[in-house]
Every structure is written in structure tokens, then in C-alpha cells.
Design a binder for this molecule. Structure first.
Ligand code: ADP
Ligand code: ZN
Ligand code: ZN
Length: 750
């Protein structure tokens, strides 16, 4: 150890799992005296200059004076975040066995990661401008028309588009005069935004619209959580679809706002955010901030800084909003807590739901997890008393839960995977003026193209999967690597023609439904049909009008949406989990069926749900459709307990990817042996190690994939193994091009 007057221990963005020491930059004693953990610096790193964040200021270092380098200069005058955030980052890095620097930087907006200063934003009292909805639409379609003859106006539009809201002062400095601003504002292309100071906390003014009269169950849930405001407690709100969970959230947030606190709401997907957001905006007068991945970097930075400076009372966002800096956070809500999109699948593979619980613990505030189909993890926690279960068992208002029926998709007269019973039922509902939803989780025209003569099947040349036939451009597209090929008419192997498609995707069903129902619009919602910005919104708006229509779509239609005129749902391919090797298959299948079925009968009219299956007599299918989700989940939990599978054990995975399978498997085997040697037989305890073996999808984008899965009843055993694994990987870097990732609590092993 070497002693110094002061050493900055810094995190930098790097795969190296350690911190880096620097001497203070050349600066005045006064500047140096203000140095605090949480401030960023420019530092030399190799021959580069990079951004570092001070995590600790100390007086000793293992680095000798002749090797020690000095930082170049401070970026921040004040810490970016309170030090307790950095403790949290450290905890996250330890738990997920992920490099600490990468963890810290991963939670910051990208512009801050790149060293952008924080003072460009709008000061509280200043007037500021943003694009109006109209202006946004105009500039994203074509910015030619207004702009040709008015270059300054064009410049302003472009600035607001690229940089997000800007203050009047900033615009003046950039040479934009008040008359240019007025011209665009008169055209309705830009609008002033209220800055935080305009809407300083005003408890009397937080609610625009009065709350609904909560029913007994809702009131009990609200009281239970409200009772714990101000201390940590985890709640699981299990409310059947349409039971008024969102109303519970709204009333709890109201209590928070009245207590001058902030609320954070995490939702699974960007597609759901606008609907939720509108509902929140209708209710509250307070500032609501949306944080999601569809924002530009500048919008993100501004939103982040607004939250940090207390300018937003309510933050609603996807998993990346988890660590939105909120100084007066009083409550965290995780909506659709079972949703797998809360788990990040690359880089730092964190679960936003689990970390929300951790954040609530550290901040000593309640956290509420809500779902119609809670994850087995959350149900088990409630069963073990780690959280309190609140239930809503009835639909709010007059709506009744739908009736669910199993149908055989191989029944006579079925067309393109649509059972005759389903077609006839749809006809009845449409004739009665209602809407129908057909759910199939498969986009494209058909999942297989094959030769009836020799059995050739179109496969991706880079992945071990079949190509999906798509109508647009007559292409075959690999849904794993996006590779495209032309849809040949002739068999490349025996030259027979024509080739045949097998199975149906949304595009084929769209055609089939249009033939059967020529007078009713078929609204197809899948990733291909909603690529253009705003098209999902306009499709959903069409359905919201309530006119009879057939909504046809994938997972995108499964959750959250509220279509009051929808009275029938058909689920076409939910039973694929019957053939899956993943032990989570039945849980997912029950969640999907329950969620999709829950779209039906949310208005006055009773709902009817058809679940098509290849195996309509399979006991699992019968249970899922006849029992409540709670009962079914209860049985699954018993099975998991009997097999000591999560949530009754802890699991982790090592995923590998490389250009050759043998080299990958050899390397992973060596890692396993090295870890086992270093821990010793006793240290391994009850650890069960499966693999390394090729992954269920063994090749993707010409890279081979393998995995090793670990299970243990003892969390400490598992983490000891992972810590050793991390150390072995860090000390003996894998061959060039090989990628290895540790996943703690993995949910997807394919
Ligand atoms: P969930 O989030 O559980 O799916 P929502 O909160 O969307 O349910 O509620 C479903 C419908 O019931 C919405 O139209 C909502 O306005 C209505 N609703 C919720 N709570 C009540 C209540 N207490 N009284 C009347 N209507 C309610
Ligand atoms: Zn052939
Ligand atoms: Zn592919």
C-alpha cells in the first residue's frame, strides 16, 4: 500500500471487474475541496481519455507513485447522484457478478456516460419550448414543406427534434429570435412547456379528476399499502383481469402526492405506456414523466435530470426507469410483474422487478407488485410471508369474467388453423355488433416452407431454425437473425414445384379472415404491421371506436389493453408449451391464456373465449382452461417444490457463444473444472450443475451457443460458485471472439 494525500477510486465503463485509482486533476485547492463521490471526471486510460465516476475518495492505493496517473479535469461541479445510489450499484454488481463499472454506467443516460455536462438543461424558472404533436408528426414525415422558405424555422424544428425541449435562453444563444419562435408557435408546430418551477408541489391541486368509488376489495388493498407508506413492505396485488388494479395504483399514488412524495411505476412494454400515461394524465394535475427506450438521448437526459431535481412527481417507465433518480420517492409500483420483459437479456442481466424490491428496501418505502397472473416467484414469496398478498377477485363495474372453452383445432372443416366453431362464433359476435380478437403468437405468413416431393424444408443458413415465409416482398425471413432470402417457387433440391407452406402466421390468417368476413375490417397487429411510428397507436384507436372489427395479432395484443366492445377471444396456438422442454412452459402458457382471455367481456357484454389446442384432452390444457389461475399456479408451485426447482431453489446460468462448438464446450468444461477445484467438494454442497451442453437453439447468426445451468437450495453456495467463476473468467480471458455471460435467476434458457 502506498499513501497519498488523496486518491479517487473510480468506476469506468469497462468489462474489467475492478475500480481504478487516480490522483486529483490539476485544479485549485478550492475546486478540489469540493470533490465528492458521485462526480465525473475525464481521466487518461491507456492512450485514450475516458469518463470516470468517483466512487470513493481515500488516501491509499496499491499503485506505486511512478505508475499512478492524474485525472484531467472534473466534469461535474456536484455529485450526479447521492452516494446511496452507488451503494446500490455495488450491491447490484455483486449480486449479478457483473463488472462494477459497467453496472454504474449502465444505469446512466447515455449522454452522461459520454461525458455530457448537466448544465445544458432548462433552469426551473425559464420558459422552454418543445415540438407539439403536430410538429412532431410533420418533422418525422417530411420536413420539406414549411421549411424551404424559412431556414431559421427549419433550424429550430430540427433542434427541438434532435435535442428535445430547449430553453428560450439556449435558443437565443443559438441565434433563434423570439419572432421565429412565435412564427412556429402560431403555426401550432411548437409549444411552451411548463418547467418544474411552474408546478411546484401543491397538495391541493394534485388531482384533476376525482377517484372512482373503490369497491370493498380495492379499498382493502389501498388501505393496506397506504398504511405502510414510509417504511419498507412488499405487496403482491393479484387481481383478475379488469378487476381495477390500475384504480388501486391511482389512488395510492394520490396518497403519495398528498404526502409530497414521488411515485415510480414500472410497466413492461413501451406499447403499453401511452395508454397508462393517458389515464394518469387524466387523473393528476402533477407532473408526470415518461421514461422509456423510444426516447432520443437528449430527451432521456432531460427527463432524468428533471426527475433528479424533483421536477416530476410521477415517473412511469419501462425497466430502464428503475433507477430514475427520485429524491422524494415514496412508493414503487411494478405493473404486470410477471412479465419477462422486466428481465434484461444481455449485458447486465438484471430483473427490474427484483431490483425494484431491493430499491424499496434500501429507501425504506413500500413496493407493490401487480398482476392478473403473478409469477410463481412472487406467489411463493407471499406464501412464505416475505410479502403480503392482496386480492381482487371480481371485475370492477358490471363486467363478468369470460367463459373459457377448449376446441380441437383438428376438427373437420378447420381452415388454416382456424376451427369451424371459432369462425361461427366470431360471426355471431360480429353480427351482434361486438368485436372479436384472434390471438396467434406467430407473425409472418407461414412458419415453414417445404417441398411435398422430397421433404426439403427452408432453413436459415446461419441458425438452426426454419425460415418464416412472409408475404411482403415474397421473402423468407429468419426470426432469429433477420436474414432474408427470396421465396423460391421451385424446390432447390429436386426442382419440384410448387412448394407448400405449412402452418399459419398472422398474414395468412389475415387473408383467411378477410375471405370469411368481407364486410368487417381485420386489424392486424404484429411487429411487421406496426413498424411505422404511430401505426400501433392508430390501429388501437380504430379498435377503440367500438365498431365491429376483428383484431388479429400477437403478444402485442395480449396485455393491458382495454377494449370495452370486445366480447370474443380465440387463442390459436397457446399450447406450444406442451412440447417445450423449459420447466417454465406451463406457467407461461397459463399466463398468456389468462391475459389474452382477459381482454374479453370488459364492458357490459359477457365474454366468450376459445382456446384451440392440438391436444384438447391434455390434462394441462384442461386445468388451465377450467381452473382459476390461482389454483393452477398453486399446483405448479407444488410440483416445483417437489422437484426443488425455482422458486424453491436458486438458479444461475453461464451462457457461451463462439464460432466453433467444440472450442466453446471445451472452454466451458475447463471453467467448470477450475471452479470446482478451487471451491472443493465440500464447498459445492448441494449444487446441481447441468452442462455445459449445446443450447436448445444451438446456432444463431453462425455462432454456436452452449449453456451450463446451476441450481442450489442455498443462495450462498450458488454465489460462492459464481464469484469463483467470475474470477476464473477474469483471470484467464477466453479465446478471441468467445462471449461468456453469467445470468443470475435466468428466466430464458434457449
Ligand atoms: P385492471 O388494471 O385490473 O385490468 P382496470 O383498472 O383497467 O383493471 O379497470 C377495468 C375497468 O373497470 C376500467 O374501465 C375502470 O375504469 C373500471 N373500474 C375500476 N375500478 C372501478 C370502480 N371502483 N368502480 C367502477 N369502475 C371501476
Ligand atoms: Zn423437393
Ligand atoms: Zn437465422
Amino acid at each position: 500500500m502506498h499513501q497519498y494525500p488523496s486518491v479517487y477510486r473510480c468506476a469506468i465503463q469497462s468489462p474489467l471487474n475492478r475500480l481504478f485509482d487516480y490522483l486529483p486533476p490539476p485544479a485549485s485547492a478550492e475546486v478540489l475541496s469540493r470533490a465528492r463521490p458521485g462526480m465525473r471526471l475525464w481521466v487518461p486510460f491507456g492512450r485514450r481519455r475516458i469518463v470516470a465516476i468517483v466512487l470513493e475518495i481515500t488516501q491509499s492505493s496499491e499503485i506505486a507513485p511512478n505508475k499512478m496517473r492524474s485525472a484531467e479535469r472534473f466534469i461535474d461541479e456536484h455529485p450526479l447522484l447521492d452516494s446511496h445510489y452507488f451503494q446500490f450499484f455495488q450491491w447490484v454488481a455483486d449480486y449479478y457478478h457483473h463488472p462494477v463499472g459497467d453496472t454504474v454506467f449502465g444505469f446512466l443516460p447515455s449522454l452522461l456516460r459520454k461525458g455530457r455536462s448537466t448544465d445544458k438543461t432548462i433552469a426551473p424558472s425559464e420558459r422552454a419550448w418543445q415540438l407539439s404533436r403536430h410538429g412532431q408528426g410533420l418533422i418525422s414525415e417530411s420536413n420539406e414543406l414549411v421549411l424551404k422558405r424559412a431556414p431559421k424555422q427549419a433550424q429550430l424544428l430540427k433542434m427541438l427534434f434532435e435535442q428535445g425541449p430547449l430553453s428560450q435562453g439556449h435558443l437565443t444563444t443559438a441565434g433563434i429570435s423570439a419572432s421565429i419562435i412565435r412564427a412556429l408557435s402560431d403555426k401550432g408546430l411548437i409549444e411552451p412547456i411548463s418547467t418544474p418551477a411552474d408546478s411546484a408541489p401543491d397538495a391541493t391541486n394534485v388531482v384533476k379528476h376525482p377517484a372512482l368509488q373503490a369497491n370493498t376489495e380495492q379499498a382493502a388493498a389501498i388501505d393496506a399499502v397506504a398504511d405502510k407508506l414510509g417504511s419498507y413492505h412488499c405487496f403482491l396485488l393479484h387481481g383478475i383481469t379488469g378487476s381495477g388494479k390500475t384504480e388501486v395504483y391511482l389512488q395510492l399514488i394520490e396518497r403519495c402526492l398528498r404526502a409530497d412524495q414521488q411515485a415510480l411505476i414500472l410497466v413492461p412494454e413501451i406499447g403499453l405506456t401511452p395508454q397508462m400515461l393517458e389515464r394518469f394524465q387524466r387523473r393528476f394535475g402533477a407532473d408526470i414523466l415518461a421514461l422509456h427506450s423510444g426516447m432520443t438521448d437528449v430527451q432521456r437526459l432531460n427527463a432524468w435530470l428533471t426527475a433528479r431535481d424533483g421536477g416530476a412527481r410521477i415517473v412511469i417507465g419501462t425497466r430502464s426507469a428503475l433507477l430514475a433518480p427520485l429524491p422524494a420517492l415514496g412508493l414503487i409500483i411494478v405493473d404486470e410483474e410477471h412479465d419477462s420483459s422486466f428481465k434484461q437479456q444481455d449485458g447486465l442481466r438484471y430483473s427490474a422487478r427484483d431490483l425494484a424490491i431491493k430499491r424499496a428496501q434500501l429507501s425504506d418505502i413500500p413496493v407493490l407488485l401487480g398482476s392478473a397472473t403473478p409469477s410463481l416467484e412472487s406467489l411463493a414469496n407471499a406464501g412464505q410471508g416475505k410479502s403480503t398478498l392482496l386480492t381482487l377477485t371480481e371485475r370492477a363495474g358490471n363486467a363478468r369474467p369470460p367463459l373459457i372453452r377448449l376446441t380441437d383445432c383438428n376438427e373437420p372443416f378447420a381452415v388454416d388453423g382456424l376451427a369451424f366453431t371459432v369462425i361461427e362464433a366470431a360471426r355471431r359476435h360480429l353480427q351482434d355488433g361486438a368485436q372479436v380478437l384472434i390471438f396467434i403468437n406467430r407473425r409472418g405468413f407461414a412458419p415453414s416452407l417445404l417441398c411435398p416431393q422430397c421433404g426439403w424444408i427452408a432453413k436459415c443458413s446461419a441458425c438452426d431454425v426454419r425460415m418464416t415465409a412472409h408475404l411482403i416482398g415474397n421473402q423468407l425471413i429468419c426470426h432469429h437473425c433477420e436474414r432474408r432470402e427470396t421465396w423460391s417457387k421451385k424446390c432447390p433440391s429436386c426442382h419440384h414445384q410448387p412448394l407448400q407452406t405449412l402452418g399459419s402466421g398472422t398474414q395468412k390468417l389475415e387473408q383467411t379472415l378477410e375471405q370469411h368476413f368481407p364486410d368487417v375490417p381485420v386489424i392486424r397487429v404484429d411487429r411487421d404491421s406496426t413498424q411505422r411510428k404511430g401505426s400501433l397507436h392508430s390501429k388501437l384507436a380504430m379498435a377503440q371506436t367500438g365498431e365491429p372489427c376483428i383484431l388479429l395479432g400477437t403478444q402485442m395484443l395480449a396485455k393491458g389493453h382495454h377494449f370495452p366492445r370486445l366480447s370474443m377471444v380465440a387463442i390459436l396456438d397457446a399450447d406450444t408449451a406442451l412440447y417445450s422442454s423449459d420447466y417454465r412452459g406451463p406457467e407461461r402458457m397459463a399466463q398468456t391464456i389468462t391475459q389474452v382471455a382477459g381482454r374479453a367481456g370488459r364492458g357490459e357484454r359477457a365474454g366468450e373465449v376459445f382456446v384451440q389446442s392440438q391436444l384438447p384432452n391434455h390434462p394441462l390444457m384442461v386445468q388451465i382452461t377450467q381452473e382459476s389461475y390461482a389454483d393452477f399456479a398453486g399446483q405448479l408451485l407444488q410440483e416445483r417444490a417437489a422437484l426443488a426447482l425455482p422458486p424453491f431453489s436458486k438458479s444461475a446460468a453461464l451462457f457461451g457463444e463462439h464460432r466453433t462448438l467444440n472450442e466453446l464446450l471445451d472452454c466451458m468444461r475447463m471453467l467448470r473444472q477450475a471452479v470446482e477445484r478451487s471451491i472443493g467438494q465440500r464447498g459445492l454442497g448441494d449444487l446441481l450443475t447441468v452442462g455445459p451442453v449445446p443450447a436448445p437453439l444451438p446456432r444463431k447468426s453462425n455462432r454456436f451457443r452452449a449453456q451450463m445451468i446451476l441450481y442450489s437450495q442455498q443462495s450462498s453456495t450458488l454465489h460462492r460458485y459464481l464469484a469463483s467463476l467470475r474470477a476464473v473468467i477474469d483471470n484467464t480471458p477466453p479465446p478471441r471472439g468467445m462471449r461468456l455471460a453469467i445470468d443470475v435467476d435466468p428466466i430464458d434458457t434457449n
